[in-house]
Design a protein around this ligand. Sequence first.
Ligand SMILES: NC(=O)c1ccc[n+]([C@@H]2O[C@H](COP(=O)([O-])OP(=O)(O)OC[C@H]3O[C@@H](n4cnc5c(N)ncnc54)[C@H](OP(=O)(O)O)[C@@H]3O)[C@@H](O)[C@H]2O)c1
Length: 229
Amino acid sequence: MNRPIAVLGGTGPEGYGLALRLAQAGEAIIIGSRDAKRAQDAAAKIKEKIGPAAQVSGAENSAACSAADLLVLTIPFEGHATLLKQLKPAIRPGSIVIDTTVPLAASVGGRASRTLGVWQGSAAQQTAELVPKGVTVVAALQNASAELLNADGPVDCDVLVCSDDPSAIQTVRTLAAKIPGVRAIDGGKLENARILEQITALLIGLNIRHKAHTGIRFTGLPPAAYEIK
Ligand SMILES: NC(=O)c1ccc[n+]([C@@H]2O[C@H](COP(=O)([O-])OP(=O)(O)OC[C@H]3O[C@@H](n4cnc5c(N)ncnc54)[C@H](OP(=O)(O)O)[C@@H]3O)[C@@H](O)[C@H]2O)c1
């Protein structure tokens, strides 16, 4: 069996869509939730869609964390810091945390097309402050729309992968590139997460204005930028 990936908050549209796509690609997934039953129900739904061979289970968030060393954070910004503090003892040393969080102003009653200022610079940098020492944070997938992840076709979006650890960038690029349509690109340091998070607010504004499900594509990069070794 592949090493499992825990998708925390995987009962929501973003986490569920990612869990579905990664399970379709043959990854072993543990859906995490504050409620184990809700996680198990989401896992059962994915199995029903993909078939019994799908390696998907559900667990309470802490249990999911302690069973995996690749964690995907897909919870709203308002619960971000509190959940990370709760999970800290359960996160295994050497784990990689992939943070998809966007600090939307909607978290505090504002517009979804605006972001909040985060003291550390971005939600992902806040995560880096809150995880145990020796755990690597990678910012990615903030611009991949849940609508597209949950639809049947390819996900028409480039995914920039940002971290201060180049080997973690490669691990997450390899994973993200398993989603049909996604080109996963090394996006540099974790501090670039602040730009990725802002882009999502812009995409939400475009979606509202044009009644669309937008993604981003970069031009002009050499083919090597998309290669997965
Ligand atoms: N939706 C998109 O298109 C999209 C695109 C890119 C990035 N993102 C980012 O992905 C994250 C998840 O988005 P989403 O639309 O899936 O969000 P969501 O539906 O609001 O929440 C996802 C899950 O998080 C858990 N949750 C909710 N409030 C929580 C809290 N206060 N503390 C801990 N857990 C909580 C819930 O699971 P349980 O109740 O089962 O615990 C919920 O099902 C967000 O940070 C968002 O910015 C979303």
